[in-house]
Ligand binder design. Structure first.
Ligand code: HEC
Ligand code: HEC
Length: 336
């Protein structure tokens, strides 16, 4: 099967699986994934194929709950409706979490609903689901999270929790297809090869200068770098995460078509470009790097010389479209 057709088949089986028995549906879904080249689940892994919006309509949940989950879905797939309030770049949540947040190997979002509250190394304290969602608003959306407990935050959390329907809380088994699993890092990374491949295979959608494409306030193609992209604090600025995202998901409709070396080279090329400042910036790039290097930026190129320009990456006060650096929701918790 050609990848593009297989992806359509996958989307189709996601949509049409409503009436099919759960185990049959999981089997079909896994077959489509392995045909595309994704690894089959290992014996000890937890496999969960989240329900679809059709399943929601068919369920006997309270109509008001359905309305709230629909609202969460709508915010997740069209987050641009919060532009200027909570979102200050061109991203939707679904720009990185493909298949409406359900796709394995595209950081499906439901695991957060069953593994949190838990300690998170990124901010050094125990986070719940709302705070995890807030993290992607702060960094990936270069924004300001909706208030904890607000209608929009509740709706988004409800959508995540509903996607996790039927999964036990705090599962002990590792989760199949979680995150953006990175291919093994090659010994050498080539900026020149990354640039060449990006211009050949990616620029047609994401544009030569990385700004993507917006039409009438809707994001057609998101921006992998620049002011319309995620900021320097986002998970995808880690080169291995970008390589994992690209290998498993891009070019759109042709996942796993790049070799590991190619995926890493393109990730390295993108990681060498500028983007809005990390909200944790102390006012000095070196100092920020010292503080967040050990837990985070040792995996990114923040604070290093760009192969594109020779300038130190992240050495600027540019916060993109927003007029603040750090939203006040980002604060330590102490439980004292
Ligand atoms: C620029 C890309 C990007 C965008 C946009 C984005 N995220 Fe994420 N998200 C990530 C990355 C990277 C991770 C970490 C994946 C990993 O662990 O490998 C992540 C992780 C998550 C997780 C945790 C998943 C888990 O396995 O526990 C949740 C929940 C989440 N994001 C929700 C959201 C929501 C809600 C939005 C929109 C407000 C959003 N994300 C927008 C990149 C993005
Ligand atoms: C046919 C158009 C198309 C091509 C070609 C394509 N992409 Fe994408 N890309 C998209 C779309 C659309 C999304 C957002 C996902 C969605 O909305 O379904 C996306 C999302 C992304 C993202 C996450 C969001 C962001 O902008 O940072 C990255 C990174 C990315 N693509 C990189 C690449 C790379 C690297 C290539 C080339 C190997 C590539 N893309 C080729 C359409 C494309």
């Amino acid at each position: 099967m050609k990848p593009t057709f297989a992806i359509t088949a996958l989307a189709g089986s996601l949509l049409l699986a409503g009436g099919v028995a759960a185990n049959e549906r999981t089997e079909d879904y896994l077959n489509t994934l392995t045909e595309l080249g994704y690894p089959a689940p290992k014996e000890n892994q937890l496999v969960h194929i989240p329900p679809t919006m059709q399943d929601l309509e068919a369920s006997d949940m309270h109509p008001e709950l359905k309305r709230v989950i629909r609202r969460g879905y709508d915010l997740f797939t069209d987050t641009q409706q919060l532009r200027g309030e909570n979102v200050f770049n061109n991203m939707n949540c679904s720009s990185c979490h493909l298949g409406e947040g359900r796709m394995p190997f595209s950081a499906p979002v439901w695991p957060a609903a069953v593994t949190l509250p838990n300690f998170r190394g990124k901010n050094g304290h125990v986070n719940n689901l709302e705070e995890r969602i807030a993290g992607c608003f702060t960094y990936s959306m270069n924004g300001k999270p909706p208030e904890y407990g607000s209608d929009n935050m509740l709706a988004l959390a409800a959508y995540h929790q509903w996607l996790a329907k039927g999964v036990e809380m705090y599962p002990e088994k590792p989760i199949y297809g979680r995150g953006f699993p990175a291919p093994e890092r090659p010994e050498e990374l080539s900026y020149a090869n990354g640039e060449k491949l990006y211009q050949e295979q990616c620029a047609v959608c994401h544009s030569e200068n990385g700004e993507g494409l917006q039409v009438d306030g809707k994001t057609v193609f998101p921006a992998p770098w620049g002011d319309g992209s995620n900021n320097w604090g986002a998970g995808i600025v880690r080169v291995f995460t970008a390589a994992g995202f690209i290998k498993n998901n891009m070019p759109l409709g042709q996942p796993l078509s790049l070799s590991d070396q190619e995926a890493w080279d393109i990730a390295y090329y993108i990681s060498n470009q500028e983007r809005p400042q990390d909200p944790r910036y102390t006012g000095d790039v070196k100092e920020t790097l010292e503080k967040y290097g050990p837990t985070f930026h040792k995996h990114s190129l923040y604070g290093q010389a760009s192969e594109a320009t020779g300038e130190t990456l992240g050495d600027h006060d540019n916060t993109g479209e927003k007029d603040f650096l750090k939203p006040d929701t980002v604060r330590p918790r102490t439980f004292e």
